[in-house]
Design a protein around this ligand. Structure first.
Ligand SMILES: C[S@@+](CC[C@H](N)C(=O)[O-])C[C@H]1O[C@@H](n2cnc3c(N)ncnc32)[C@H](O)[C@@H]1O
Length: 267
């Protein structure tokens, strides 16, 4: 039963991104910022022969990796063929290969010197198992370098929705891994690691514009359940409350920059 629910969630995430892939580049300003932030933390002088990128989407971060490490072999994976198709059209570099698939299920026949991912791993269904596998396909002394969204993403919206609809947890991000959970996982598989939190903010001119952006960036997760309908009046009331509480339609994106090194002694 549990497996069936997990499978459905991954399918939902894949479909959400596939549906919006055509216009993702116009609606992913924050994801572009995330990719720039993540690549900044990578040392240009380091030599990574084999790089694995997880959840490459339409290739924002892949492009930055190619520019930073033009001699490295980059394997870029994404679960959505539609997203991957756009990345392939954007980046035609002989050292980059694109592979469709769910990172939680793919078996790799080689190891990597750098495993990296921007704005994808919060969607994992089985993070403990998946991070274990990732640590196994990392060479000793290899680096894991991730940007992962945290549970306070869209926290303002979650608070306003909870106030109007009752109980909390309307926003899927509330279930993303917290820093404590990530710390426990990294401790188990990597030993030496750092996790630093950043809050990136965006502002919208109306609540409807924010709702549209959630949809068009593929980040809606479950979205509201089918029984919950937000009428025009309700949206207006929520917008007024949102502005009163936060001084505008201000949106937080909580992100964790995670960097770990695989110890030489661990297999
Ligand atoms: C928010 S987008 C980020 C894309 C890109 N890294 C960027 O910086 O714009 C997240 C991507 O992760 C992919 N993804 C989600 N779950 C995945 C999984 N289990 N395996 C592989 N890719 C996955 C989605 O299809 C989507 O393209």
């Amino acid at each position: 039963m549990e497996k069936e629910i997990q499978y459905e969630f991954t399918e939902l995430v894949k479909n959400n991104f596939s549906k919006i892939s055509e216009n993702y580049d116009q609606h992913s300003q924050i994801q572009k910022k995330c990719a720039s932030l993540l690549v900044l933390g990578l040392d240009k002088d380091k030599k990574y022969n084999e790089i694995l990128e997880i959840g490459c989407g339409t290739g924002h971060y892949t492009d930055l990796l190619v520019k930073k490490y033009p001699r490295s072999k980059i394997t870029a994976v994404d679960i959505s063929c539609d997203m991957l198709f756009r990345a392939r059209n954007k980046i035609s570099h002989k050292n980059v290969s694109f592979i469709p698939g769910n990172i939680e299920e793919i078996t790799f026949t080689k190891k990597f010197n750098l495993i990296t991912s921007s704005a994808c791993l919060q969607w994992l269904e089985k993070p403990i198992n998946t991070f274990r596998i990732l640590s196994e396909i990392l060479f000793q002394d290899g680096v894991a370098h991730f940007l992962i969204y945290g549970p306070k993403t869209y926290k303002e919206l979650d608070e306003v929705l909870s106030n109007h609809l009752g109980k909390g947890g309307w926003v899927t991000a509330r279930n993303f891994m917290s820093k404590d959970i990530l710390q426990n996982i990294f401790q188990k598989y990597f030993e030496s690691f750092t996790i630093t939190e950043h809050i990136l903010t965006e502002t919208f001119s109306s609540l409807m514009d924010f709702f549209k952006q959630i949809k068009l960036s593929g980040t809606r997760g479950y979205g509201l359940d089918k029984k919950t309908y937000l009428g025009k009046n309700m949206i207006k009331q929520m917008e007024d409350e949102y502005i009163l509480r936060y001084g505008g339609i201000v949106v937080s994106h909580q992100v964790y920059l995670c960097r770990a090194v695989k110890p030489k002694t661990k297999s």
